[in-house]
Ligand binder design. Structure first.
Ligand code: 3EB
Length: 346
């Protein structure tokens, strides 16, 4: 079996590092890190490395905990604007913002909108020269609880939707790929990858576009694409949104985590093969996934899910398993991934 291409050689890469590998990386190449995301509580006070570091209170189920590290092939420049921290390298910008607003507070929607507006603001994304928002992550507590008569995820979608409408108008074709998951506690965290040159936003032929979901899923449809294709030099990267057991707009296989996993994998295969066909890319299937985050509603699903994934993934794929609330209460598993293929390798 040939080793799947790594994202490391690209202007922007992602790797999941254990504590020791992260220490080494920070020491030897800390000036080529765009950002870190830790899935655990903050480890007390640590020296500020300059680039964005986000601590998400989401239990990690791996025996050896891993940190999500976004890397650059050259020295990055770091900055702050308002509450946003960012790092950029000429091709891409990584930015993160955290807001301590309580989710059940009346201002949560407004604060979500403001968080996005700060991220979008001229000074961060545009003045620095990275107008193309490629991929966004959203994490906050109590995602399936109701506050002020509406589920918090749906309130989040309203706030985010307002910010997108102000920034993009109704141009759904500019929505980035995304994930939105529930944490155990803590702040509203939003982090994002943007670029100087555009990517291609992809939809899934098996699913209705999220921004066209009918109103039964909330007063404002979620504003995200199913995946973003970005070519960095000779590498094709597909940033796949959080993907779950949804066909059309309906959740499938209630109560059956393994059946939901298989439906999710069919959705991911459809994204990969559809993108390969329409964009003349080299993706073949699940073997092209290099980094995955697998969100499980219950830790007890881990053995079955891990066993099934080991059958279908490349042995070189890296996987972080997290216990998290998925944003529809009937969904038990959700997977986000990065696929990578060398251009012309098919
Ligand atoms: C879905 O397909 C499942 O609101 O940003 C997946 C990825 C989901 C991103 C978001 C929601 C989001 O609708 C949920």
């Amino acid at each position: 079996m040939t080793r799947s291409p790594s994202t490391e050689a690209s202007p922007v890469g992602v790797e999941y590092l254990d504590a020791e590998a992260l220490r080494t990386r920070r020491r030897d190449a800390g000036d080529r890190i765009l950002g870190e995301v830790h899935f655990s509580r903050p480890p007390g006070t640590v020296a500020d490395p300059g680039y964005p570091v986000t601590y998400v209170d989401m239990p990690q189920l791996n025996e050896v905990p891993l940190v999500e590290v976004w890397t650059s092939d050259r020295v990055v420049q770091c900055g702050t604007f308002g509450d946003v921290r960012y790092a950029h390298n000429g091709d891409a910008l990584f930015a993160a913002i955290s807001d301590p607003v309580p989710v059940d507070h009346a201002s949560f929607e407004q604060r979500t909108a403001e968080g996005y507006e700060t991220l979008f603001s001229v000074s961060v994304i545009e003045e620095q020269g990275y107008p193309h928002l490629l991929r966004v992550w959203n994490y906050f507590p109590q995602i399936n609880d109701e506050s002020l008569g509406l589920e918090n995820y749906r309130r989040f979608c309203r706030g985010r939707g307002i910010a997108f409408q102000q920034h993009f108008g109704d141009a759904a074709q500019r929505f980035p790929s995304a994930s939105a998951l529930g944490t155990r506690s803590g702040q509203l965290h939003i982090y994002a990858l943007a670029s100087r040159e555009p990517g291609e936003f992809r939809e899934n032929p098996r699913q209705i576009s999220a921004y066209l979901y009918p109103p039964e899923y909330g007063p404002r449809s979620p504003t995200f694409a199913r995946a973003t294709l970005k070519r960095w030099d000779g590498m094709e990267n597909l940033y796949i949104s959080g993907t779950a057991s949804i066909v059309g707009h309906e959740s499938r296989h209630p109560g059956d985590c393994v059946a939901q996993l298989d439906e999710t994998l069919r959705n991911i295969v459809a994204l990969l093969t559809g993108t390969a066909r329409d964009e003349a890319c080299s993706f073949r299937g699940l073997e092209d996934l290099v980094c995955l985050k697998v969100y499980l509603r219950e830790a007890e699903f881990l053995p079955d899910v891990r066993a099934r994934l080991q059958e279908v993934l490349s042995p070189h794929a890296q996987t972080i398993y997290l216990q998290a609330d998925v944003c529809r209460s009937d969904l038990l598993v959700e997977i986000e991934a990065v696929a990578c293929a060398r251009t012309g390798s098919r």
